[in-house]
Design a protein around this ligand. Structure first.
Ligand SMILES: [Zn+2]
Ligand SMILES: [Zn+2]
Length: 198
């Protein structure tokens, strides 16, 4: 049974919805340094990261996400030239989602902060528990006990099958962030050299 969850940024300007389809998502917790750098870039770490520097992501297919209001308050950055696209709001500097650089790839990692739930219980019922806590080696302070130091290789077959299903069923489009091959706004590269500007 699919479930539609409303999306809304912190200030309420950007709104939308997402379809939660059983078997078509990963509920993950990412502790990687890039997610932390992105939060620093947005100058909004307190609203974005947990005490360990982690971000909660709902990874699914672009076709399942809609943005219905506030499209003119969307920006995007890449931490490095080859990095993924990190979409965010420009009204309240909150992450929206991560995508690959190609509109062909049926993958989107939506910020769970954007998803509106009445309670933690409601969230648990909709998304289930976190399936993977990854990149714990970048944790702020001690690594949480249930985190993997890197990305667990044991998850790769599930991800490959998710990608194949997504490609077969053309779940890459429509995407809220691409018009055909083009991005809806230009993507700003934060660092063209080795130095990451925070
Ligand atoms: Zn990350
Ligand atoms: Zn906002």
């Amino acid at each position: 049974m699919s479930n539609i969850v409303e999306l809304e940024c912190l200030c309420g300007t950007v709104k939308g919805n997402i379809k939660v389809v059983p078997g078509a998502f990963f509920h993950v917790h990412c502790l990687c340094c890039d997610c932390q750098k992105f939060a620093s870039h947005l100058n909004n770490k307190n609203n974005i990261l947990d005490v360990h520097g982690g971000s909660e992501l709902f990874q699914t297919y672009p076709k399942l996400m809609n943005i219905t209001e506030g499209q003119d308050h969307i920006g995007a950055v890449q931490l490095q030239e080859k990095g993924i696209y990190r979409w965010h709001t420009t009204c309240c500097n909150m992450p929206l989602a991560n995508t690959m650089r190609s509109a062909k790839i049926p993958f989107i990692g939506v910020s769970v902060k954007l998803m509106k739930f009445g309670s933690e219980q409601e969230k648990l019922e909709a998304l289930g528990p976190v399936m993977i806590k990854a990149f714990g080696k970048h944790s702020i302070g001690e690594m949480p006990k249930d985190a993997h130091a890197k990305f667990p290789i044991s998850f790769m077959p599930k991800i490959i099958s998710f990608m194949l299903k997504g490609m077969l069923n053309k779940m890459n489009r429509p995407s809220p962030f691409f018009n055909g091959k083009e991005t809806i706004v230009s993507v700003n590269v934060l660092s063209k050299s080795e130095n990451i500007s925070l």
